[in-house]
Every structure is written in C-alpha cells, then in structure tokens.
Design a protein around this ligand. Structure first.
Ligand code: ASP
Ligand code: MG
Length: 407
C-alpha cells in the first residue's frame, strides 16, 4: 500500500470553497494510487469561531495557567470540528471516510498537557480503515494519555501529527498544505525577488525554523528526518509543485546558499575583563545567564572579553542580573541576525569572503559573524538589514531561481 499523509492547515479548511480545493488534493492522491491519511488543523485564524486562539480566548489567564488538562480539552475542539466537517465534504462526493480524534488514530502521549510528547502510535487503529479503502480524517495537534485524557502537542502541532503518523505508517511521503507555495529563498516581504526553493534538506529547514522562519514545525521535520520520509510543503490554493524537504536537499544543483533568514530584536552585549577587574563574577557570567534562563547566541569568547547577543525582551532581566553581580558591560541595541543557510557552505571556500565583499560594497557594517557547517550568521544594525539581505540574496544568485512548476 502506498500511503500519503496529507495535512491541511487552518487556512486551507477555513471556508467551504477552500475545503473543495482540499477535496481535489485528496482525490488527486487517490487517482495517483495513494491511500491518503488526512490530518486537519482547526478552521481559520484568531477571530474565526473555531480557531484555537478563539477557543483559548474563552478562558481567563488564571484558569488557563492552573488547569492545563481542561485547557487542552478545549483547545482540542477546533481540530475535532474540522475533522467532522471535512468528513462531511468527502461524504458529499460519496467517499467513505472516518473522522478520528488524535487518540482514536492511535497517538498516545505523556501527560505534559499543552506540550505533550508522543510516546507511542498504535497503527492497529488506522490500518484496518485504510485496508477497507476508507479515508481516515485525523484531528491534528492532539493525542491521548494512557489513562484517557486528551492532550495537545504544542502550538502548530498538526504538522507533528502528520509526521508522527507518516513515520508510524512508513508513508511514502508527507504533504503539508498551507496558503503559500512552499519555502522561499527569503521572506518575500523583505526581498521582492525571493523565489521558491525546489528542494531543501531537513537540516537546512531546521536552521531556517530556528532562525524564526515559520514554515513548518521543527519537531515535525525532526520526525520526518529520522524516518527519512520526504516532506512536501504545498499550496492548497494552486497546483504549484511546492518545496520538497529530504535528506540531500538541493545538493545536485551545486548551490552554495539555499536560503536567507533574519531575526530582528537582537541586542549585542560586550563584557570586558578590563571593565570588571577584580570581580570574580565576570568568569561565571555565561553559566549564570544559563541558570537564569537568559538564552544567548553568537557567542565569541576572547581572553579579555566576551561578546554575545540576547533577545531584546530579555534585556531588562539581563540588566537587573548584571547590576546584582556588579558587572559592567556595553551594548548595541537594535541589531538583526542574518543567517545564510546552505549545505553547500562546507564544500566551498570563500563564502565568508563573498559576504564581507557584498556588505562592504553596500556600506553595511558587520558587527559580528559566526559560522557552522551549514550556516553563516552576520549581525548588522536593524536599519541596514533589509539592504543587507537583498544584496546577499542577489550576490548568491538566489533571485528567480525556480519557477513554480505545476504538477
Ligand atoms: N490549531 C493548532 C494551533 O493553532 C495546531 C495547528 O494549527 O497546527 O496551534
Ligand atoms: Mg501550522
């Protein structure tokens, strides 16, 4: 049996018109010889009657914080509504389907309500349905504890449901349908000529997600990567072929950089030994930050100074902590961390040189850099970040790379 998991996001199932497009995607999969397992999110976005955020707005803050189990029960309702409504659409076309709760599809989780981890998937629940040529329509974002309580898997968790089921059923592919064509070389709101990425590796998507690009849940990518199942991000609203996420990504195209992402609201901190002479707290500063849950990155440690960045929203707790430890520091507010991501970086010399040349030509000051096997990060002042990203996007030939191939 060739199995495809087809996950439809909230905007894809939000109106009857869109649900008809969803139906077409399911019928196409059947026509191509696949047995589809459909996973749905709650309908629409905040403000729409059954969207997760709307449901959450029915509860007060105190209740939500102290009744996680009950909050999960409410949050799970959006997906439950979607699954029955989608089953109704299939029924209109005389297609047999079985709407299911996450738990009924076999997803067992721990009892970490609000962010539960899947501990087991019992495929005995779905296989007989597929064998009878019926389509399971599973409520995404939820599972059940061993003692029968409904849990949710963390916000955006329907992607996780799709990949968990794909992996348990050893699916041929997992399709994530949304309202954009796929993963882009850069945020199209920043780079006018951003183009669709045709193929990208699990690793690169992980880096993009870490950098704040909201395309797919990173946990979902991790699960698909472990089972080496290709993931395809596609648009419900057209016939574009989308972005394929797999092990090798775009290796065969010989490109160095696959995509550029950007994270604003960084503050660069500089703590020097000279300013803190005689203060033993200076030597433990990175540990102390960790213990106080202030996350830092772009960390450069020199014999006489430490430079790193923090998120702007942690600056006040950071400054209070520094005051208590009597540590002096200087800082650069309003920075952006640009990440150039590409598996090709490790094989090609001179990538950093190209970045420096490009940014210097544009008159953009680089405050700090760091690199790994797949990513080079540059810290710049936020007002120059748009120009920086556009120049890098142009000089690494990412413009208009691929057309949207119709399948
Ligand atoms: N409806 C859930 C959320 O908004 C899960 C999802 O959409 O993936 O987080
Ligand atoms: Mg989502």
């Amino acid at each position: 049996m060739k199995i495809v998991i087809q996950k439809f996001g909230g905007t894809s199932v939000s109106t009857e018109e869109r649900r008809l497009l969803v139906l077409e995607k399911i019928l196409d999969a059947k026509k191509n010889g696949y047995s589809p397992v459909v996973v749905v999110s709650a309908m629409g976005r905040k403000g729409d009657p059954y969207a997760t955020d709307t449901l959450l707005s029915l509860l007060d803050k105190h209740f939500k914080e102290s009744n996680l189990q009950a909050t999960d029960l409410l949050m799970s309702c959006g997906e439950i509504i979607s699954t029955v409504v989608m089953s109704n659409e299939l029924n209109k076309r005389c297609i047999d389907s079985v709407p299911l709760l996450g738990g009924q599809s076999g997803i067992i989780t721990d009892n970490n309500f609000g962010k539960a981890s899947v501990i087991n998937v019992d495929t005995k629940k779905l296989l007989p349905i597929l064998n009878e040529k019926k389509i399971p329509v599973v409520a995404g974002f939820q599972g059940i504890t061993e003692d029968g309580y409904i849990t949710t898997l963390g916000r955006g968790g329907s992607d996780v449901t799709a990949c968990i089921l794909g992996s348990a059923l050893n699916a041929n592919k997992i399709e994530i349908y949304t309202d954009v064509d796929g993963i882009m070389t850069a945020d199209p709101r920043i780079v006018k000529n951003a183009s669709l990425i045709k193929e990208i590796s699990y690793n690169e998507v992980f880096e993009l997600a870490y950098q704040g690009a909201k395309v797919i849940h990173p946990r979902a990518v991790e699960i698909a990567a472990k089972s080496n199942i290709p993931l395809v991000v596609k648009n419900t609203l057209n016939h574009c072929s989308g972005t394929i996420i797999n092990k090798d990504g775009n290796e065969k195209y010989n490109s160095v950089i696959t995509g550029i992402a950007n994270m604003n609201n960084r503050v660069q901190i500089n703590v020097s030994l000279a300013d803190n002479d005689g203060n033993s707290n200076y030597f433990n500063i990175l540990n102390t930050l960790g213990e106080n849950k202030i996350s830092i990155d772009l960390i450069n440690v020199f014999p006489n100074k430490k430079i790193f960045t923090i998120n702007k929203n942690q600056f006040i707790p950071f400054s209070i902590m520094m005051k208590n430890l009597n540590i002096k520091y200087s800082y650069e507010d309003n920075c952006s961390k640009i990440a150039l991501i590409g598996n090709g970086i490790k094989d090609v010399p001179g990538v950093m040189a190209t970045i420096l040349k490009t940014l210097t030509k544009e008159g953009i000051e680089i405050l700090q850099t760091a690199d790994s096997n797949t990513t080079i990060w540059c810290l710049v002042k936020t007002p120059s970040s748009v120009a920086a990203i556009n120049a890098l996007h142009r000089d690494f030939n990412l413009e208009n790379k691929y057309n949207c191939i119709k399948d």
